[in-house]
Design a binder for this molecule. Structure first.
Ligand code: SAH
Length: 251
């Protein structure tokens, strides 16, 4: 009996020593990486809860997409610590990645279905395109600043968004070869709604677009039996939609 007790005590002591030694070991690289990913995931959940859900966005597919897409990978390194803030952020070339709430609001009002074909004007960082790509089968996105468009295209490929096609060009003209679109989202503000975009909207289609020179109104346009119906959503501030001639080219 005593022998058994001694063996048991020894085994217990060995176990305790092993545990202590183990916890003293430096964390390996994969653990560091994991905890880093987790830190951002927690920030993302908090962003969706405080900035999006609390302000009335209810569509569970939209909320899930915002919880999933790693926004910190769409901002420049110097903005990393602000990636989940309640604001737009600079992405170079005098452009910005939109405030998370505005991304959520614009996405929700489009009432997207999986089979929808969506056109985005103003790829920017590619973040809005990634959110759309989580929700529909095919996304086409046009960016006028080549460097931004190419960088967004690479980023989206790397993150596995194979259902987004980026084109460098002037969004005023739309993307006639791929039209009609079930939904169109414009993320730069024109002074009036570009007619080619209205033409390229499918019947039953929805378009969300900020319209105006300085103070802009976010409008939801729906096409029903060839007629356009307009609804005002909110007052917003977007970067202006520029034409080929007037485009900014300095980072
Ligand atoms: N949706 C982007 C943010 C857009 S910022 C994101 O999720 O990050 C607006 C973008 O529209 C800028 O990148 C700007 O270069 C682009 N833009 C402005 N005028 C344009 C035009 N005529 N055609 C296409 N893109 C345009």
């Amino acid at each position: 009996m005593r022998i058994f007790f001694a063996i048991f005590t020894l085994a217990l002591a060995a176990f305790v020593v092993a545990m202590v030694t183990n916890s003293d070991r430096p964390k390996d690289i994969s653990m560091n990486e994991n905890s880093e990913i987790d830190a951002y995931a927690a920030q993302r959940l908090q962003m969706v809860d405080r900035q999006i859900r609390r302000r009335g966005i209810q569509d569970s597919r939209v909320l899930k997409a915002l919880e999933k897409v790693p926004r910190h990978l769409f901002v420049p390194p110097e903005e990393l610590s602000s990636a989940y803030d309640d604001s737009p952020l600079p992405i170079g070339y005098k452009q910005t990645i939109s405030q998370p709430y505005i991304v959520a609001l614009m996405t929700e009002v489009l009432k997207l279905e999986r089979g929808d074909k969506v056109l985005e004007i103003g790829t920017g960082s590619g973040y809005q395109a990634a959110i759309l790509a989580e929700l529909v089968d095919s996304v086409f996105s046009i960016e006028i600043v080549e460097a931004l468009g190419r960088a967004a295209e690479d980023r989206l490929k790397r993150l596995g968004y194979g259902n987004v096609t980026v084109r460098i060009g002037d969004g005023y003209k739309g993307w006639i070869e791929e039209s009609p679109f079930d939904a169109i989202i414009v993320t730069a503000a024109p002074e009036t709604v570009p007619l080619p975009l209205l033409d390229q909207l499918a019947d039953g289609g929805r378009m969300v677009i900020p319209v105006g020179a300085y103070v802009q109104e976010l409008e939801l346009l729906t096409k029903q039996d060839g007629r356009i119906h307009k609804k005002s959503i909110a007052s917003v501030r977007f970067v202006p939609m520029v034409s080929e001639e007037g485009k900014e080219s300095q980072p």
